[in-house]
Design a protein around this ligand. Sequence first.
Ligand code: XIL
Length: 357
Amino acid sequence: MLGLPWPRHGFADSRSLRERADAKGLVFGCAVKSPQLGTDMPYTDLIATQANMLVHEYELKRKNVEPSPGQYVFAGADKAMNFAADNGQAVRGHTLCWFQANPDWLEDALMVPVAQREQLLISYIDRVIDRYGSRMQSWDVVNEVIEPQQADWNGMRTDNPWWRALGERHIDIAFHAAKEKAGEAKLYLNDYSVENDVRWNEDRRNTTLRLLERLKKRDVPIEGYGIQGHLKPYRDRFEPEVFAKFLRELEGFGLQVMVTEFDVADVDGPADPAERDADIAAVTKSFLDTALDSPACAGVLCWGITDEYSWLSDLEKYKRADGTKTRGLPYDDQYRPKPMWDAIAAALDAAPARVPT
Ligand code: XIL
């Protein structure tokens, strides 16, 4: 037990999370897997009714989009774009530059003179933004670039083909390329494990703030910071005051903020699912109350909507030893809403309304 309070709310009205977010001018949405859209109808219905913004869980990653050099495959990404358009939903673009999910050919292709390495990054960004630019509310231009546990180089992640090819400058190149084409879409840096009251998250916060200072000093056109929000409450303690302080520091940079990949891993939690559900709901409420209290925070995206398809159940480090599905998303694997759903609804209802920008 985490010992956090979780009063059941018993909502008087049955409005969806989408309606609650809309009422506040907030984003609420989730990552989608397009093969299930239109084939798994209960899933499809949840995506349509509960989300006002979608993000591709994997189909807009370079490995999927450019499996061989210059050969672009947009079918999966298009399917989710069309679904969002049909359902009046905004979309977030994830992601243009990441150390993971790159096609196998990329590492070898980067063994060329520096100017051509830059081109390998820029041409991809151009191509993807040309296709989807006008439809995106925001882009995760660069994803997961820090890793202070790798010690030197200002805490930057060095096991990154882009870092090896171009150094920290790859971030500048990516943002400038995106800015040329992105129109109104907000350009984000996105990262994980910056919210908890543990030493290694503290190191990540400090590394992030130092990086943001350097980017601002170099006039890199960064407009937003995405807090992934993959919580692991039985391992890494969440403390609202610590997170609130980081949010205030981000506000100081004038950035829009969004919780971009929220879920709650229940690994190491009690055996009784009801107990875990109550803990997950409590930490959800506390985390989202804190995030939505920040005037910079535009809202929250969950990394999926139902436990049936959660990436957490596929990951060795988060998998449950008893073989049951993880319970880190608002709906369980039978698509029934859980206390986590109530907690998200309560946090949206309690959030200050946003003034439209
Ligand atoms: C994960 C997806 O959920 C998986 O389906 C995929 O195989 C690997 O990537 N941080 C991110 C996301 O920025 O892109 C990751 O998504 C989860 C961690």
